[in-house]
Design a protein around this ligand. Sequence first.
Ligand SMILES: Cc1ncc(COP(=O)(O)O)c(C=O)c1O
Length: 483
Amino acid sequence: MDIVKQGKAPLYDAIKKYIKRDMIPFHMPGHLQGRGVPLYLKKLFGREIFKFDLTEIPGLDYLHYARGVIKEAEELAAELYGVRKTYFLINGATAGIHTMILATCKKGDKIIIGGNAHRSVIGGIIESGANPVFVNSEFNKEFGIITNVTPDVLEKTIRKNLDAKAVLITTPNYYGIQGDIKRMIDIIHKYHMYALIDESHGAHFPFHPSFPESAIAYGADMVVQSAHKTLPTLTQTALLHIVTDRVNTDMVEQLLAMVESSSPSYIFMVALDVVRREMALNGRSLWEKAIETADYARKEIKNMNNFKVIDKSVINGKDIYAVDPIKLIINVQRTGFSGFEFEDYLNKHHIEIELSDLQNILLFVIIGTVKKDIDILLDALKTVKIKESKIGKTVPFPKAGEQIYSPEEAFNMDYKLSLIDKAVGKVSWGIVAPYPPGVFILAPGMRISEETVDFIRMVQRNGGMVQGAVVQGKNIYIRVVKN
Ligand SMILES: Cc1ncc(COP(=O)(O)O)c(C=O)c1O
C-alpha cells in the first residue's frame, strides 16, 4: 500500500475546490446548494452539507461512467482492500448483492445459496430469474443463533448440482460469526463456479489483525461489504469488490447503473472517500481501541452470573471459524427476559442496541464507543431484576423448504392471504424474514413447512418482528400463491 497516495481524498478535494469557485447554480438538486432549503432544515443540518450535495457536473465525474475523481477514489479503495476493482455503492450492500447475482446467473440458471442469506439475496434471485438451491446453515442451540454453512455440507450440495453457475455465501453473519470461508471458496472454485460472498458485516476486517480474514484474501470472485454497518460512514454506503479476472466488469458496470440511482449522492461518495483515507492512515489504532473496549466489556460481563457472552471459545472449526471481537453478543436467558424485552429494559437506561433476538442482545463496540458507555451498560446489566421467563417452548431456525416454483415465477403469480394456521403445505408468494437480522425463512415459490409456521408464531408471540408476515389483530397471515 502506498501510504502517500492513500493520504489523498480525490473526490473530497475536487468538491472542496468546486465549492470555493462559488458557482451560481441553475441545476438539481432542487435545494440549489442550500439556497432554497427551508430554514428548518438549514437549522437542523447547517449550510455546509447542502454545498456538498452536488450533482454530476463538470470536474466531479460520473459514478456510473467513472473516468475522473470518482475513478481515482475507487482505485484508492481497491488498492487499500487489495482487489482488482472496487465500486462505491450508494444504495447499500443490497445493490451489490443484486449485481453479483445478475452478473453471474441468467434466467433459469442454478445458483447455490447459503441458508443464512439476507432477504436482499432473494430479491436478486427474483430479478435474475435464477433457480436457487439452498444449503442449510448450522444452528447454535446454546445461543439460539443461525451461524454458517459448513464446507462439507456445501460440497455435498455442489456435487448434486454440478450445473450451478455460482455459489453465494454469507459470512460472517450479523453477529460477526464467520464460517470456514477459505475452504468454502476453494471448494466452489474446484467445481468452477463463481464464489460470491456477502461480507456485509466485514468492511473493517482488513484493518486489524485481530479481525477475521476477509474473503478477499482467499480469492472470492466478488465480495460485497456494507460499509455503513461497521465503518464510520453514512447509511447506504457500501462497497462491491471485484477480486478475480473471471468477473466481467463491463457487465458489472452496466448492472450497477441499472440497480442504483442515476443521481448518486455526492455526500455518500465523499463519505466513502474520506473514510477509506481514515482507515488507511489510522485504521489500525482506531480499531485497537475499539477491540480493547469490547474486550473490557466481555471480561466484566463474564464475571456476572446472569449473562453469557460469545467469545473465541465457541470456535469449532466447522460452522464457526472466527468471531469478530467488536460484536458484543450477550445471552440474557438466565434473567428470564427475552432479548426483545431486554432491549426495552436497556432503552429505559438510554441505551440503544443493534439488535435483539429471542435469547440475545447484540451491541456494536466500534470506533466512537468509549469505556464510559460500557460502564453505563454494565450498571444496567448489574441492576436488572431477574424474573420468570414467559418465552415458552423455543423452536430452531427453520430449514429452507422445498422450492416448487422459481422465486421469479412465484412472484409473478397472483397471491392471497392465508391464515398462518392454514398455511402449512401452501407455497409462499413473498419473502418472509424476521428482522433484524433479516435472514429469510420463506422465499417466493417455497413450500411452507410446519417448522417455519411455528417459528413465525414464536417470534411474533415474544414481541419480535417478522417482515413479510401480515399481522391483523391477533391473526397472522402469509401471502401464498393463488392457484
Ligand atoms: C448479511 C446482510 N447482507 C446484506 C444486507 C443489506 O445491506 P444494506 O442495508 O447495506 O443494503 C444486510 C443488512 O442488514 C445484511 O445483514
